[in-house]
Design a protein around this ligand. Structure first.
Ligand code: PLP
Length: 245
């Protein structure tokens, strides 16, 4: 582990204040009926390691990244008790690099049976003693451009993971949802994910989590039963526009 530069005072205070606000909102919004206490994943893509350290020094342990190389670089220089979440699109040829990160806590974006098998093999080859948590990403809005498994295929992927992927532990379902859906209340993408989860739990005897909600709608997602929210800009500030990413 190389030394990460400490954040400047002003930046540190900004992240501290944002994290406290979001943390309070998570506590307030979480449904009293949920069986898991909600988990806040601080999404740190494009943000420097010093920003992550500022949040870490305030007790934050779960961080999310979208790019394998960026995650690997940050994991190498930041504390090893960080719980990393990979939340970007998985490419088969990057599974090995991803599996080399021993404190990778979850991959939230399993989008096919083939990639589940690939990741399982990579995790096994890397020799980690424990199983890797995974979420199946579901295309709840049926948009062509959206990543994730089609809704009618989720059960098949869940069964493949349970039966064939002994080094993976199916933790839950995840959605990003459509822009249109995010303007509706209740958000139809979140409702679909809940329904799918309830059906799967009943059918397969599972107790799956729900990863849904980002900066603009995590409070709403928590009210609908999210157990894992992925919040970036509300903690670390805005990122460069999509075209530049
Ligand atoms: C970037 C990203 C987030 C965080 O988005 P914000 O709107 O900045 O909170 C959450 N989930 C995924 C999959 C992302 O790519």
């Amino acid at each position: 582990m190389t030394a990460v530069q400490q954040p400047g005072t002003e930046r540190r205070e900004e992240i501290e204040a944002n994290l406290a606000d979001v943390g309070d909102a998570v506590q307030r919004s979480s449904s009293v009926n949920s069986t898991h206490p909600p988990r806040l994943v601080a999404v740190s893509k494009y943000k420097p390691a010093s920003d992550i350290l500022a949040a870490y020094n305030n007790g934050q342990r779960h961080f999310g990244e979208n790019y394998v190389q960026e995650l690997c670089e940050k994991a190498a220089e930041l504390p090893s008790d960080i719980n990393w979440h990979f939340i970007g699109r998985i490419q088969s040829n990057k599974c090995k690099a991803l599996a080399a990160v021993s404190n990778l806590w979850a991959v939230e974006t399993i989008d096919s049976e083939a990639k589940a098998r690939k990741l399982n093999d990579a995790w096994e080859s890397a020799g980690h003693p424990h199983a890797l948590n995974v979420f199946i990403q579901v295309n709840t809005s049926d948009e062509e451009s959206k990543g994730g498994v089609e809704q009618h295929q989720v059960e098949g992927v869940a069964c493949t993971i349970a039966e064939e992927c002994k080094k993976l532990r199916l933790l839950g379902l995840m959605t990003i949802g459509s822009i249109e859906g995010s303007h509706q209340c209740p958000n139809p993408d979140f409702l679909r994910l809940c329904q799918l989860r309830d059906d799967l739990n009943a059918k397969l005897g599972l107790n799956l989590e729900l990863s849904m909600g980002m900066s603009d709608d995590f409070e709403h997602a928590l009210e609908l039963g999210a157990t894992n929210v992925r919040v970036g800009s509300r903690i670390f500030g805005s990122r460069a526009p999509k075209a530049l990413q």
